[in-house]
Design a binder for this molecule. Sequence first.
Ligand code: SF4
Length: 312
Amino acid sequence: MRSEQWQKMTVPQLQKLAQELKAEKNCYIIAHNYQDVAVQQIADFVGDGLQMAIKAAETDADKIFVCSIKIMAETTKILNQEKTVLMSHATADCRLANMQSPAELQKLKAKHPGAEVICYVNSPATLKAQSSITCTSSNAVDIVGAMPRDIPLIFVPDRNLAAWASYKNDRPLITFDSFCYVHHQITLEQVLALRRMHPNHTLLVHPECRLEVCKEADMVCSTSQMIDFVATHDNVIIGTEIGLYNQLKYRYPEKNLVPMSMAMSCEDMKKTTLRGAVKALYEEAYPITVPDDIGRKTIDSLNRMFSVVQAL
Ligand code: SF4
């Protein structure tokens, strides 16, 4: 198809074409919670990074098309090695994940011999592969709590999630200086002002926010936990990337939901547009590969997390 033809297509036409391509290519589409609603509407499953990869493993489809960022497509590929995994955009990735390099983790490990490494799932596979155990935003506090007290812990890459897990467990963590610019930008003053404006709202905050913001929240939770909470509650402030607020507002137009800030938009998540995604699917433009040894080590780290969570 020529580029003028792509430009002329309307949203319903693009969404119809996505459904046709999905059937023709025997493809399963997954989209992240932070994607635009129009992109989420072409997906078979919408969720957080790890949920998407796990859900994709349940399908018989030959191909998986990931509307998200590179690190999440990598995790999908690692858990679906026999399938073709395709990305929705060539350069969409996570700034937090790539703020410090895997070589910097090697240096940190050399400086703290004997330390166990906990790696947040929002990280490149090359970082996860160097860790003893992975964690998510919903289980980071529990994973830190489950580690033996007499062993030093390195927690990478997000310093804010590390600070929250450290605070909740009253335990020091050695960490990177990396942070998510989308969540880190929110200050305590902004949150207190929101509280004054919406005194009857429940404040939900993602743990990638600063520690002082998390301490002020009614609940510190992952995007999936926010979705579950809003399903049964009204009057809620959504303290994470704006895509989740848009998704919830679309699902529950009658509810009184407030975004923590309209400025909480992740540039990389928003690189995927409906038009760009359908074109990338049509062309199968961006296949994802992960070296076998990195994949194997990452699976070990993920499996350790699954068994710790199961035992909790
Ligand atoms: S919102 Fe933050 S953590 Fe999520 S993809 Fe964007 S930069 Fe990475």
